[in-house]
Design a protein around this ligand. Structure first.
Ligand SMILES: Cc1ncc(COP(=O)(O)O)c(C=O)c1O
Length: 407
């Protein structure tokens, strides 16, 4: 059968499920807020209620809603007391916000490689990245897959480090039955448009520590302190307050989340089994300690050698042409992004120029992920039917069988 990219019939012509998914629950919530006239969280109760709901859902004591996942990370670092020139360990394979949150606190991101079996921070390379200036570690639960919290917690204890979990993609994910984002000092989540729970933009910070919750709330709300007079400001905060509209939508999204999570997990298991049997592609390795994967991205590993050296880009284009929504994910390791190459750190450039330097960083697994092997399927695909998953498998098989057409 001729490949679609060469003019043949695509495996699929029907679209995969659309995102976002919403119904009358969100519509009613938005109207409720509109008609109440209480549009901000200083007047209404929707944000406070969603903070409680989401904290309970994930298994944390306190939730502090903010404007984005990026803001959640920035506020959390500030709230634990990160200062200029402190070093923070982060994986090099993540969204840029994990690193910029460190920079905007005048601190230094130190990149650590990932494991290619998990696409999460490699705990074996943590030791090498440690210096007397290391103050915190930010594991990312990448794609919704929990990072190895046994080893990260141990490492943080041994070296007296704060843990700020970047759980931007981790709603509902669990490591040994415990919700991600509840292990560290703080856990940070995103509700941006592509996310499995979305209000267009938004984020939340979770913690089990009452004092840290107070500090994060203060930084979120212009440095105010609860109970103090309104125009008294105690810390270098800003306005990171979520609106009542966002919280009303998020409560609706959360109410159907478990059902979607179950659906995505079933399809991920199906894809894992099917891809295991194919030539030239490989699912990530399972781990019994992962009791729930949030299924934000389905990642599989592409091996160009099995495809007669067809490039990753060539494979992605061929798979897209067959009607499968997919991408090659991050095209650069973070430390190779222009911001780091050009040291374009805005107001922090002068003070960080000497220390935040990355021209000699080379993390082989991150490079391999970006340049050679990572293929991503977005979360909405995982809400498809069993037959939809079979189409993905058929499309990969078809490209493999006809790879000679592409060389
Ligand atoms: C791993 C990771 N960290 C941080 C963020 C930042 O979240 P937001 O886009 O809500 O600012 C995102 C989402 O884009 C993310 O995927």
């Amino acid at each position: 059968m001729k490949l679609a990219i060469r003019g043949g019939e695509p495996v699929r012509k029907r679209p995969f499920p659309d995102w976002p998914i919403w119904n009358d629950t969100e519509r009613r919530g938005l109207n409720r807020v509109l008609e109440s006239g209480k549009w901000g969280s200083l007047q209404g109760q929707e944000v406070r209620q969603f903070e409680r709901e989401f904290a309970k859902y994930q298994g944390a004591e306190f939730g502090i809603a903010v404007t984005s996942g990026s803001a959640a990370l920035e506020v959390s670092l500030r709230a634990v007391g990160i200062e200029a020139y402190d070093e923070v360990l982060i994986p090099a394979y993540t969204f840029v916000a994990t690193a910029t949150a460190v920079l905007v606190n005048a601190a230094i991101p130190v990149f650590v490689d990932i494991d290619l079996e998990t696409y999460n921070m490699s705990t074996t390379s943590l030791e090498q990245a440690l210096t007397p200036s290391t103050r915190a570690i930010m594991p990312v639960h990448f794609a919704g897959r929990p990072a190895n919290m046994d080893e990260i917690e141990q490492f943080a204890r041994d070296h007296n480090l704060y843990i700020i979990e970047d759980a931007a993609q981790g709603w509902g994910a669990q490591w040994r039955g415990q919700g991600v984002g509840t292990f560290g000092d703080f856990g940070c989540f995103s509700f941006q448009s592509s996310k499995n729970i979305s209000s267009g933009e938004g984020g939340i910070i979770l913690t089990n520590d009452e004092e840290l919750a107070r500090m994060a709330s203060s930084y979120m709300n212009c440095g105010r302190v609860e109970g103090a007079i309104w125009y008294a400001h105690y810390h270098l905060g800003s306005n990171y307050r979520m609106t009542e509209f966002q919280a009303a939508v998020l409560s609706g999204q959360l109410s159907r989340y478990d059902q979607q999570l179950e659906h995505r997990q079933q399809n991920m298991a199906l894809l894992d089994n099917a891809l295991q049997a194919l030539e030239g592609v490989q699912p990530l390795t399972g781990d019994a300690r992962i009791t729930r994967h949030a299924g934000h991205i389905y990642i599989f590993r592409y091996n160009a050698e099995a495809f007669d050296m067809l490039s990753k880009e060539g494979f992605v284009s061929a798979l897209q042409a067959e009607g499968i929504p997919c991408s090659g994910g991050y095209s650069l390791p973070l430390y190779k992004q222009p911001i780091f190459r050009n040291q374009s750190y805005g107001p922090f450039t002068k003070i960080l120029r000497e220390k935040a330097r990355y021209e000699n960083v080379n993390l082989p697994n991150t490079e391999k992920a970006c340049f050679e092997e990572a293929i991503w399927l977005p979360q909405r695909v995982l809400l498809g039917s069993v037959e939809d998953m079979r189409d993905i498998v058929r499309a990969i098989e078809k490209i493999y069988d006809n790879r000679h057409e592409l060389i």
